[in-house]
Design a protein around this ligand. Structure first.
Ligand code: HPA
Length: 273
């Protein structure tokens, strides 16, 4: 990580955080998922600005690193993420993952809002990621100096941890959330896809498409973290429905499900501990 100084940066940020219990689990909250922090006990919020992370520029993304207990499990929540479409460098989009690692996290749950490409999916479904297609045009490991502990030729055969995913699926069932499994594709955005692109992505084997998560998952695997991913299907891919796709509707759809997703993550914490 020397080339980018990413590890140093992550250490500097981690040192600014004190008085919190070592988190074992990290969550990255995507569009509309931010309310989950309300369920934390002994909550401590660090604004990104306060600890040296840059501010979030996207509607629906607050900029806080939040610590607390979720059903007695010490967690850290990245409330608001950084996207390539904001013009960020890829290392900036994964820096909070490096901070979580520095803080002692072993597993991360990455959440997002996504367009459904699989015709059997309905708006409001939750999709657990079984695999991904990196169509972002970037790789967060580009230019990193390989070390014995952190080689850069990271195996991507099983990015998403089956055991964590099964626990999340059980938690979804307990919280009454309809869930699916599938392949997530990250595109750079910020424009949504054309109908021709959606057809092409379906043929490539994607079940959902969005503008985040994959680079974070790659970086988390590089750091030997266990990873699970979930998408709230907020709309169907372009051309699969009559109506146009609007960012406000995407937010609205995932916000509507905030309470259920919160219950799901609480159920997950109960069985994870
Ligand atoms: N495409 C890309 N990203 C998205 C979508 C979509 O349809 N919905 C939510 N995020």
């Amino acid at each position: 990580m020397e080339e980018y100084g990413l590890q140093n940066k992550a250490q500097e940020i981690a040192e600014k955080i004190s008085g919190v219990e070592t988190p074992v689990l990290g969550f990255v909250l995507g569009s509309g998922w931010g309310g989950v922090v309300e369920a934390l006990q002994d909550c401590r919020r660090f604004a990104y600005k306060e600890i040296g992370l840059s501010e979030c520029g996207v509607a629906g993304h607050a900029g806080n690193l939040v610590f607390g207990k979720l059903c007695n499990v010490p967690v850290v929540i990245q409330q608001g993420r950084f996207h390539l479409y904001e013009g960020r460098e890829v290392f900036e989009t994964v820096l909070p993952i490096a901070v979580m690692k520095e803080l002692g996290v072993r597993s991360v749950v990455l959440t997002n809002a996504a367009g459904g490409l699989n015709p059997s999916f309905q708006v409001g479904d939750l999709m657990f990621l079984t695999d991904h297609i990196n169509f972002s045009g970037k790789n967060p490991l580009t230019g990193l100096h390989p070390t014995d502990k952190y080689p850069v030729f990271v195996d991507m055969t099983k990015v998403y941890d089956a055991e964590m995913t099964n626990l999340l699926a059980l938690a979804a069932e307990r919280a009454g959330v309809r869930s699916q499994r599938g392949v997530y594709m990250q595109v750079p955005g910020p424009s949504f896809e054309t109908p021709a692109e959606i057809l092409a992505f379906q043929k490539l084997g994607a079940d959902a498409v969005g503008m985040s998560t994959v680079c974070e998952a790659i970086f988390a695997r590089y750091l030997h973290l266990r990873v699970a991913g979930m998408s709230c299907i907020t709309n169907l891919g372009a051309g699969m429905e009559e109506k146009e796709i609007r960012h406000e509707d995407v937010l609205q759809q995932s916000l509507q499900r905030e309470k259920k997703f919160c219950a799901l993550l609480q159920e997950f914490a109960k069985i994870y501990s």
